[in-house]
Design a protein around this ligand. Structure first.
Ligand code: PDD
Length: 285
């Protein structure tokens, strides 16, 4: 079945949607993206994703001529036109098409592309068994807080993982875990969740923020600090968060079982709380 996608003001069957070969997203990866989750036909925490989009665009001086309300309306229209019940909505904005020249072109209209992807997230079988991850060096640039479409390091990291039957790569600087190829990394030690502080070294995860809002209800405490791979291998639990994996248990790292090799209580409780939040509207108060 062909999807209806959005390109620069038009809703089109995917086979008819085109952009210029001169688009700076294609030529320079000069663009920003977001991925918002849809569960039970509802958009989850989209406002927070759009706030991060605005911030990312601001950091690279990419004008965003659409209001948050405009962008939310397009998300809803895509959900309706595609009958999307569960999955993600991908949004990409680039500096537009112009003859190839590194510095910003004058008077270029940004390109906006959005499409839906169906995905089983709330009942994902991997959430029951947990996923395998492998570690690899983090070879990315110094502004990982910007959600840039330049993702080759993550493509290579996730392919490295996939080739070993793992679902995610945990990227390392020395022995310190920075983040997953497309997720935030967490461990649990002494009933305390541990995840690194936000900085230019990591993307400020929207799912991370939601999980932290459920702390009191979860009964677990939180320590915001860097952690090492060595600590992760010795943890009671490990998990990842992202718009597409929600809260996902990690049961092995580099072939070594975390604790007893099964999803742990903190991870499962946080996943349950996240799903409850998603199903009842998915907006942080
Ligand atoms: N990735 N860190 C990185 C490097 C990411 O790419 C992502 C999300 C996250 C988690 O952010 P959030 O909780 O806001 O989804 C952390 C998306 C899902 C992707 O690239 O497909």
């Amino acid at each position: 079945m062909s999807r209806i996608v959005y390109v620069n003001g038009d809703y089109l069957p995917e086979a008819e949607a085109t952009i210029s070969i001169f688009d700076r997203g294609f030529i320079f990866a000069d663009g920003i993206y977001e991925v918002s989750a849809v569960i039970a036909g509802r958009l989850i925490d989209c406002d927070a994703h759009l706030a991060r989009l605005e911030r990312s665009c601001g950091e690279i001086e990419l004008p965003l001529p659409w209001s948050r309300a405009d962008l939310i309306a397009i998300h809803h229209e895509l959900i309706a036109r595609n009958g999307l019940d569960e999955g993600g909505i991908y949004l990409q904005v680039t500096r537009g098409a112009a003859d190839r020249d590194f510095a910003f072109p004058k008077e270029t209209t940004p390109t906006l592309v959005m499409f839906t992807q169906e995905r089983n997230m709330s009942q994902a079988p991997a959430a029951r068994t947990g996923i395998k991850v492998v570690s690899c060096p983090d070879i990315r640039w110094a502004r990982r807080d910007i959600k840039s479409v330049a993702l080759l390091p993550q493509v290579l990291a996730k392919q490295f993982a996939a080739a070993q039957g793992a679902a995610e790569a945990w990227m390392l600087e020395g022995d310190v875990v920075t983040e997953g190829g497309s997720s935030t990394c967490w461990i649990v030690r002494n009933r305390t969740l541990i995840s690194r502080p936000l900085s230019q070294k990591v993307l400020p995860g929207i799912t991370r923020k939601a999980v932290l809002a459920f702390l009191d209800e979860s009964g677990f405490s939180f320590e915001e600090r860097e952690f090492t791979l060595t600590e992760a291998l010795d943890a009671e639990e490990a998990f990842i968060t992202s718009a597409t994996s929600l809260v996902m248990p990690v049961v092995t790292i580099d072939g070594r079982s975390i604790h007893n090799g099964a999803p742990g209580p903190a991870t499962l409780r946080l996943r349950e709380l996240y799903l409850e939040f998603a199903r009842t509207g998915g907006v942080l108060g």
